[in-house]
Design a protein around this ligand. Sequence first.
Ligand code: FNR
Length: 360
Amino acid sequence: MADPLLFRPFRMRDTEVRNRLWVSPMCQYSADAQDGMPTDWHLAHLGGLARGGAGMVIMEATGVVPEGRISPFCLGLWNDAQEAAFARLAEIVHGHGAKLAVQLGHAGRKASTHPWMPGGPEGSVPVSAGGWPTVAPSAVAFDDLAEPRALDSDELPGLVRAFVDAASRAVRAGLDAVEIHAAHGYLLHQFLSPLSNFRTDAYGGSLENRARLLREVVGAVRAEHPALPVLVRISATDWIPGGFELHEAQQVAVWIAEDGADLVDCSTGGNAPSAPIPVGPSYQVHCAAAVREGGIPTGAVGLITEAAQAEGILATGQADVVLLGRALLRDPHLPLRWAHELRAPGADALVPRQYWRARF
Ligand code: FNR
C-alpha cells in the first residue's frame, strides 16, 4: 500500500500542517455568558482534538463583533482578554503537534439564537434573555427568527474592519490560520445568496455584487497579513434553484483565490430552512471537486466517517484536505486510529508519549 495521502503534510504559504485530516469548526455554546470568553471546556475540548492526531483544529464560529455571535454563549475575538485566552488555546493545541485556526464569523440574521440554552426559547433569544436585534443584507427573516434590520452600505467598511481586527488578534495570539465563515446562512452567505440578498446597491443583484463583501473581507485580511493562511468556508449550494448555486460558487472561489484565499472549505446549505438536502455519505464532496477544478485547493466535509472514504476523496483529486465534525466528537482519537489502519509512516509517533502502552 502506498503511503496514504491523508497523513502527508499540507502547506499553505509558510505554514506546514502535519496531515490532511482536520477538525471541522463546531460551536460549543460554552463561552462565559455574554463576554465571548473561552472556558475550561474549550481547553479540554480543543486539547483533546489536537491530542487525537488531527492536523489542524479549526475552532468554532467566533464573532468578530458581539452582535455577530450565533448565541450569547459563542466565542468572540474582539477584545484583549479574548486574545489572551486564545493564546492559551494555541499553546495547548501546539503542544500536541497540531495547528490551530479560528473560524471568524458574523451570524447576521441567524444571530441571537441557541439550540439548547437551558430554559431557552425556540427561535431568537429575546433581549431580556441576553439576545440582541439582528442585521442582514435585507430585512427578511430566516424561518421563524426575528426580522433583521437591513445594513446600510456605510456600515459595511466597519464590518470588513472587524474581520481584519479579529484576524490580527488571532495572529497575535499565535494561531496558525483563520477561516472566514461564509457558509451556513450566516452574514457573508446571506450576501452571496439571492434567497436573502434583495439589495439594490453595489452589494446586491449580480453575482459580482453579492460577492463584493466577502471579497472585501478576504482582500483586506490578506493585505494586512501577507503570510497568514486564510481559509474560506462557503455553502457551495443552497440546494434550491434560484438560490446560490454551485456554478456561482465556482466563480466566487476563483475570485477569492485572486483576493488571497488559500483554501476553500466546501460545505452546503443553511440559508433556506426547506431546502431538500440529500444528506448521505460524502454528500458535499462533489462541491469540493467542482471548486477545485478552478485551481484553488479545497477541503471536503460532511458525513466522512471511514478512513478509506477519506483517503479516496484525496486520491481521486476531489479535495486537498478532509474535515471531520461529528466523527471526531464521538472519537477525538480517530486520526490515530486511521493512521494505523492506513499504515501511515509515523503512525506510532502520532500517539502521545504518555499513551505509549495504548498504541494501536
Ligand atoms: C457544526 N458545524 C459548524 N460549521 C461551521 O462552519 N461552524 C460552526 O461553528 C459549526 N458548528 C457546529 C456544531 C456542531 C455541534 C456540529 C455537529 C456541526 C458543521 C460542521 O463543521 C460540519 O460541517 C458538519 O457537521 C458536517 O460534517 P460531519 O459532522 O458530518 O463530519
